[in-house]
Design a protein around this ligand. Structure first.
Ligand SMILES: [Fe+2]
Length: 217
């Protein structure tokens, strides 16, 4: 091998690498990620316009009320994660949903004609722990005026672009024609907001359990 040929080898390697990278098809963005980001959904018209005195993570019990909320109790929990699966600690997680009669609370809505279950908190918030975990005790959501059952969820915090979304019950027939869920076309993104609700009698007789992990994009 001549000195000239030796000198050319680094150049050829570099040129070869350039050609190889140019030949690779560009992958869709999600293919490089390990997790699907939780899709954004509208907050809708029912985010509280005034917060109740009791805003803890147990929506079934309102401080000072004599009875718990009507409805089937759900223990909802999950982790807030980044796209690499790392837990996000200290994130503020909020949920809001209608009561057993389909009525939202803490909003100026004289046009809501449903009865009100004043023993339902309607809104709650909590903060994720070191494992990124959050927990709520609430009721199984019900359908109302054209919407399939759902729970509204928002995540915010230092360094987090606020995420607002909605979560749905797996196997719920109304999901197929829900006007908000139908905006999510990507099956993997739909899957990311569709959650199995399963019996959780060991936690609480008659209750359901649901795990909803939230992946920040
Ligand atoms: Fe809603």
């Amino acid at each position: 091998m001549t000195a000239h040929q030796l000198d050319r080898r680094p150049f050829l390697r570099a040129a070869g690498a350039l050609i190889a990278s140019a030949a690779l098809p560009r992958l869709p963005a999600y293919a490089a990620d390990t997790r699907v980001a939780t899709p954004r959904q509208t907050a809708g018209p029912f985010y509280p316009t005034r917060f109740p005195d009791d805003v803890d993570n147990d929506l079934v019990v309102v401080a000072g009320r004599p009875r718990p909320a009507e409805g089937q109790v759900v223990h909802l929990a999950g982790q807030v994660l980044d796209r690499d699966g790392r837990p996000v600690r200290g994130a503020r997680v909020e949920i809001w949903q209608c009561d057993i009669h389909g009525r939202y609370h803490h909003v100026d809505s004289s046009w809501q004609t449903q009865r009100s279950d004043d023993n339902f908190q309607g809104y709650g918030r909590t903060v994720t722990d070191d494992a990124g975990t959050y927990r709520f005790r609430t009721i199984r959501p019900v359908a109302y005026s054209g919407r399939t059952p759902h729970i509204h969820v928002a995540v915010a915090g230092t360094g987090i672009e606020r995420l607002v979304t909605q979560m749905y019950l797996a196997g719920e027939p109304l999901n197929e024609r829900d006007p908000v869920l139908s905006h999510i076309r990507d099956p993997r993104a739909r899957q990311a907001v569709t959650v199995a609700f399963e019996a959780a009698d060991t936690r609480e007789p008659g209750a359901l359990g649901a795990r909803f992990d939230i992946v920040l994009g």
